[in-house]
Design a protein around this ligand. Structure first.
Ligand code: HEC
Ligand code: HEC
Ligand code: HEC
Ligand code: HEC
Ligand code: HEC
Length: 343
């Protein structure tokens, strides 16, 4: 279903809701919180019809595309598990191939704003001045944080007891633990909270999130990388993401001498578990705080020019344990520079 279709349905629902409310008369407004006994059940079509700003920003979000974006579709084709669908396609039956309606819907208004079993009370954030909504409202800080953690923190599907994503844990350990996920991820737009949740595909968001300083001292090049305003590891979320710092040296004639790389990601490798060898996380080398990195250049061929760049990479899969051989499906350059010859 496209938004226009949903909105049309929403408009129809709006009329139905308004008349139901006027019939339901004073009792509905007498209990502004909690569910009015005869209030109509809420649906995504209804939310979308009444909340145009939220609907517009949500429409372009990865939440809306959680079951239809190409990265997910390729991955779930390879691993068609109920486990994946329960989270990425919450409106479908997880034990079957996702229906077209559930694929198009993705993660919707009702997924975040309604509690299971109560289709009449909308979960909202605490606010200073109450506003009158034509539906039940329950205000709780959970919406901007605990609700996110339901999906942004989880174990691998086997019983190994290891986290596949751990953004909530990283957040608790970060310097920004006191700031909710929604405070950073839902900036105000025209007085309304944006529902676009832009991050891994948005160069502006990613570029702002790290500062890089580079300097050179003879045959050494030193970098200082510093995450800025990031409330967890950078990158977080999907386990195959990484930052790649590339340093290339050239001689006076502009010929490439060498290329070196440093990766900032989670490292998985074989470990012994009883009699078995299993694949586990063996190191977490993502950026958590200010980090210094030094590259030693070849002292016998001290190059004239050093070019460097920092990329944010979404890895599709790694055929071997060598990080150079990973297949990258999307990348955004966050910073680059050139260091001339040392005086
Ligand atoms: C009949 C129209 C209508 C429908 C249907 C509707 N809303 Fe609302 N809602 C409103 C109005 C009007 C307000 C109050 C003014 C405003 O925020 O625009 C409101 C307020 C809210 C608030 C802020 C509440 C507060 O006091 O903190 C949230 C959150 C919200 N709605 C979410 C939803 C969601 C999610 C759905 C669908 C499950 C939904 N609404 C369905 C009209 C509607
Ligand atoms: C990923 C979870 C999520 C989804 C999906 C979602 N919301 Fe929200 N929404 C939130 C959170 C969190 C807040 C509160 C932000 C804050 O004030 O801290 C919010 C706030 C709101 C508000 C009130 C805040 C404002 O500034 O207007 C409305 C209205 C609303 N959402 C409607 C919707 C509608 C309509 C949809 C579907 C098109 C939707 N939401 C989808 C999480 C979600
Ligand atoms: C029902 C599960 C669910 C809930 C609840 C949820 N998310 Fe998500 N979120 C997802 C999935 C799945 C994706 C990624 C979809 C994809 O890439 O296929 C995502 C994507 C995102 C992204 C974009 C990531 C990127 O790579 O650009 C951000 C940011 C985000 N969520 C933050 C939040 C915040 C903050 C909350 C709470 C207000 C929240 N989410 C609630 C499942 C959820
Ligand atoms: C202090 C602000 C801040 C807080 C708090 C915060 N984030 Fe983020 N988040 C960012 C920034 C900045 C980025 C972009 C840099 C990056 O990709 O890590 C980001 C990126 C993401 C991404 C995209 C993945 C990636 O790394 O590309 C997801 C998903 C996400 N955040 C979810 C969450 C969730 C869930 C919470 C709460 C548990 C949260 N964030 C708390 C600032 C914040
Ligand atoms: C408990 C919820 C949950 C489960 C289960 C889950 N995912 Fe996700 N998935 C997420 C969230 C949250 C994100 C967004 C993280 C981010 O963008 O950083 C995500 C992101 C992704 C991405 C996007 C990566 C990118 O860089 O664009 C793919 C692909 C993906 N998941 C595939 C799968 C597959 C396949 C499965 C089953 C094996 C699965 N997921 C199971 C929550 C889940």
């Amino acid at each position: 279903m496209k938004l226009s279709g949903l909105a049309r349905l929403g408009a129809a629902l709006l009329v139905a809701t308004a008349s139901a409310l006027s019939r339901g008369a004073p009792s509905a407004s007498a209990s502004p919180t909690g569910s009015a006994p005869r209030a109509p059940a809420l649906s995504d079509e209804g939310c979308i019809g009444c909340h145009a700003d939220a609907a517009r920003t949500w429409e372009g979000s990865l939440h809306h595309a959680s079951a239809s974006n190409s990265a997910y579709e390729i991955a779930v084709y390879a691993e068609p598990l109920a486990f994946c669908r329960r989270c990425h396609a919450p409106h479908g039956d997880p034990s079957r191939e996702t229906s077209e309606a559930a694929r198009q819907a993705g993660i919707t208004c009702t997924t975040c704003h309604l509690r299971p079993g109560d289709a009449r009370t909308v979960l909202s954030s605490p606010r200073e001045r109450p506003i009158a909504a034509p539906h039940g409202v329950e205000r709780s800080a959970a919406l901007g944080q605990a609700v996110c953690a339901r999906c942004h923190e989880f174990d691998f599907p086997d019983a190994r007891g290891e986290r596949m994503q751990k953004t909530a844990t990283e957040h608790r350990a970060s310097a920004h633990a006191a700031t909710s996920c929604a405070s950073c991820h839902m900036p105000q737009e025209n007085g309304r909270r944006s529902h676009a949740f832009a991050a891994s595909r948005d160069a502006a968001v990613l570029t702002r999130a790290v500062s890089v300083r580079a300097d050179r001292d003879g045959d050494r090049v030193r970098f200082v990388l510093e995450p800025e305003g990031v409330g967890h590891a950078f990158p977080t979320g999907d386990l195959f993401r990484r930052l790649t710092l590339t340093v290339m040296t050239e001689d006076a004639a502009g010929r490439r001498l060498a290329t070196k790389r440093r990766y900032f990601g989670r490292v998985f490798g074989p470990v012994k578990s009883g009699a078995e060898i299993v694949r586990r996380e063996i190191a977490d080398e993502r950026l958590f705080a200010r980090t210094e990195v030094t590259f030693a250049l070849d002292p016998h061929a001290v190059p004239t020019t050093v070019r460097w760049q920092l990329d944010y990479e979404r890895v599709a899969f790694s055929p071997t344990r060598q990080p150079e051989e990973a297949v990258v499906e999307g990348s955004i350059t966050l910073a680059r520079g050139t260091l001339g010859p040392h005086p």
